[in-house]
Design a protein around this ligand. Sequence first.
Ligand SMILES: Cc1cc2nc3c(=O)[nH]c(=O)nc-3n(C[C@H](O)[C@H](O)[C@H](O)COP(=O)(O)O)c2cc1C
Length: 197
Amino acid sequence: MQKPKIIALYGSPRRKGNTATLLKKAAEGARDAGAHVEEIVLRDLKLSPCLEIYGCLQAGECAIKDDFQKVRDKILGAQGLMLASPVFFYTVSSHTKILMDRFQSLWVKKYWVDKTPLEQQTSTRKGLFISVGATKGKKLFDGMLLTVKYFFDVLDMELWQSLLYRQLDFQDDVLKHPEYLEEAYSAGKQFVRAITG
Ligand SMILES: Cc1cc2nc3c(=O)[nH]c(=O)nc-3n(C[C@H](O)[C@H](O)[C@H](O)COP(=O)(O)O)c2cc1C
């Protein structure tokens, strides 16, 4: 039997920061549960922001040719997406947001080019979201969770679980919380069960 495919997207500019460490753990858990996990570090890609030229109105294809097409096809070809981004100004990092905005071309394809009725949305696949922020406010993740939910929506993915941790700021802060790492590992394992049903 083929292994279920998962993409792990690293959205922080910090390679070994808190979200990266947590996502690594989730990826390890998913692999231990039998999934094939491909890791993609967004800061290593050549990605232009959306230029709002709406070249995608032609056939739902983004007109800007860079690493977007490659990463889009990988994400669309996977049963699950694990996304990790720190809180930057109460939303996702700019690396993450640039990728999200480029998926407007998929939104245009679905709803304007192919004319899929909005109520016909189906979540056939699943997403796991990981985030951390430095502060401890109750609403710390409220803004980004809306952004993330609607990003997964356009991918036909249900936001299956979010792991959100407050009061982590310096690169290694998460290492002081082995229970967070344990939680990420076991979420990765359970995620494989969830996507394989
Ligand atoms: C540009 C920038 C904006 C930030 N904005 C917020 C914020 O709005 N709220 C917050 O609690 N922390 C904020 N932080 C702190 C980060 O969320 C925190 O350092 C986090 O641990 C970084 O995660 P990483 O190690 O995975 O990159 C910000 C940090 C940067 C660099």
